[in-house]
Design a protein around this ligand. Structure first.
Ligand code: HEM
Length: 496
């Protein structure tokens, strides 16, 4: 083939490629290139900023290609509600994912669809309800861990401190209390490794999954560019950690007196095994393992990252920090530890938590959804099994809903009498069939951890003229860039 033929072939190929894209009624979007799709535009950039720009150009429903894979991005409250609630049966599957299928074996709740997902989710929700809301022991578990957090910070008040690791470990330990009925020492190497691994995986797994989905041959490359080998090694560490706990629970299980999530699940598993028409694999040891991994994966990094964002915004908005402190001091004083009963008496603190969830948009694109069948939506055709990105960030930064969305203002969540008020559009935990199952647990944790930290300490930027960057990194969770903070005991602030 000479040069001219190659050129003609390329031009014809590109014309066919773009003609096909424009005539099949799929949502429009930014120009993509064959094989790579929109990866070149997205690489190294913050997708949330690009999505804001593309929404203005292409409307509330636009498409992006990852390699040859179609991703439909849904923006704005009305569109998202229509998809997830009104047409929830079609829009609530999860896409196939090369990397996650490898880790999860199609089990658990976050990345599964259909009948298996429904059953595991129902059981998980029931167990969490029983453990989280019915029992004061769960509050005690959060408070115990928050007290340890305060002690750990106390030991570091003289030096600049990166709070990430201790927050992650404390929040992980709350999950351990919920799931395994016990906490782990902050010196326990195996536990620290598992907690750190989950945090690291949340950073890389999203990118690795997208690229491996598009280009499965990448798995055969030498080295560990996409960290997939590391992620698989982390899985082995978790499997071992889980195995020991599973054995000890099974050998001490008393079905009449379940102690934690694992016991509740094992109890259901026993009941299930005695049913005459038992469907295969409804509840199993592996399902439980995947579910426990899901609870850690979804419950730890989200909550600890929200706390980190809260501290970061308090560095930028010291007046908000002082208002929270004044409210706590007035209601609790400096000694009485916050309890959940105090929530209604600390509306400004509560509003600060809500404002953090809004402005930081911790899970800005939810977890990818997928269409269960071919569907017509808002005049577009969306094929079966397309990935759907729910752009929650587009709601939280919509100036028609939240005036001056770039400004951190807890007041927007207070009514004229100073009580907490949440607009319907505020959905940090998403909604519809896939709504986060840990919302109540997360809110309890955020309240106890944040108010107890503000009660005891003042948080200051290490360099008063340059507080740390408010731009974050997007993995599964939107995390702040690594930063340090200078912490002063409140009692020392007073005596200064
Ligand atoms: C600040 C903390 C949290 C935030 C902002 C958050 C947010 C979210 C969001 C946006 C989703 C995706 C929903 C969708 O796909 O439409 C989700 C799913 C999920 N979350 Fe959370 N979450 C938090 C904490 C937790 C906690 C503490 C747990 C566990 C106790 C948890 C367990 C889950 C699970 C299992 C799912 C998947 C549900 C499903 O696929 O059916 N989350 N979360």
């Amino acid at each position: 083939m000479d040069g001219t033929s190659i050129l003609v072939f390329c031009v014809v190929f590109l014309l066919c490629y773009y003609a096909l894209r424009t005539t099949n009624n799929i949502p429009t979007g930014p120009v993509s290139v064959p094989l790579l799709g929109n990866i070149p535009q997205l690489a190294g950039r913050n997708p949330l900023i690009l999505f804001r720009k593309w929404r203005k150009q292409y409307g509330d429903v636009f498409s992006v290609y990852m390699g040859s894979q179609l991703l439909v991005v849904l923006n704005g409250y009305t569109i998202i509600k229509e998809a997830l609630v009104t047409r929830g049966t079609v829009f609530s599957d999860r896409p196939h994912n090369f990397m996650l299928d490898k880790i999860k074996d199609g089990e658990g709740v976050i990345f599964t669809s259909g009948a298996s997902w429904k059953k595991q989710r129902k059981l998980a929700v029931n167990c969490l309800q029983e453990l989280g809301f019915g029992r004061s022991s769960f509050e005690v578990c959060i408070a115990d861990e928050a007290k340890i957090l305060i002690e750990l910070i106390e030991q570091n008040t003289d030096a600049a401190l990166n709070l990430k690791d201790i927050l992650t470990t404390c929040v992980s330990n709350v999950m351990c209390g919920l799931v395994f009925g016990r906490r782990f020492s902050h010196e326990d190497k195996q536990f620290l490794e598992v907690a750190a691994n989950f945090s690291e995986d949340a950073k890389y797994i999203g990118h690795a999954s997208i690229l491996m989905n598009c280009f499965p041959f990448l798995q055969y490359l030498p080295g560990d560019l996409l960290r997939t080998k590391t992620i698989m090694e982390h899985k082995k560490v978790f499997d071992k950690f889980y195995e020991d706990l599973y054995e000890s629970h099974q050998s001490t299980l008393d079905v009449n007196c379940p102690r934690d999530f694992m016991d509740l699940y094992l109890t259901e598993m026993e009941k299930d095994s005695t049913l005459p028409n038992k469907e295969e694999n409804t509840y199993s040891k592996n399902q439980l393992k995947a579910l426990v991994g899901d609870l850690f994966g979804a419950g730890t990094e989200t909550t600890s990252t929200t706390l980190l964002w809260a501290i970061l915004y308090l560095l930028h908005y010291p007046d908000v920090q002082e208002k929270c402190f004044d409210e706590i001091q007035m209601v609790l004083g400096l000694e009485r530890f916050p309890s959940l009963d105090d929530r209604s008496h600390l509306p400004y603190c509560e509003a600060t938590i809500l404002e953090t969830l809004r402005i930081a948009a911790v899970v800005p694109l939810a977890v990818p959804h997928a269409t269960a069948r071919d569907v017509y939506f808002r005049g577009f055709r969306i094929p079966k099994e397309s990935s759907i990105l729910i752009n929650l960030d587009s709601i939280f930064h919509d100036s028609d809903i939240f005036k001056d969305p770039g400004v951190f203002s807890p007041e927007r969540f207070l009514d004229s009498s100073g009580q907490v008020m949440k607009p319907n559009e505020f959905i940090p935990f998403s909604f519809g069939r896939r709504v986060c199952i840990g919302e109540k647990v997360a809110q309890m944790e955020l309240f106890i951890f944040l108010t107890s930290m503000i009660q005891k300490f003042q948080f200051l930027p290490v360099d008063p003229c340059h507080p740390p960057d408010l731009e974050g990194n997007l993995g599964f969770v939107y995390t702040p860039k690594c930063f340090q903070v200078h912490i002063v005991r409140r009692q020392d602030v007073k005596s200064n």
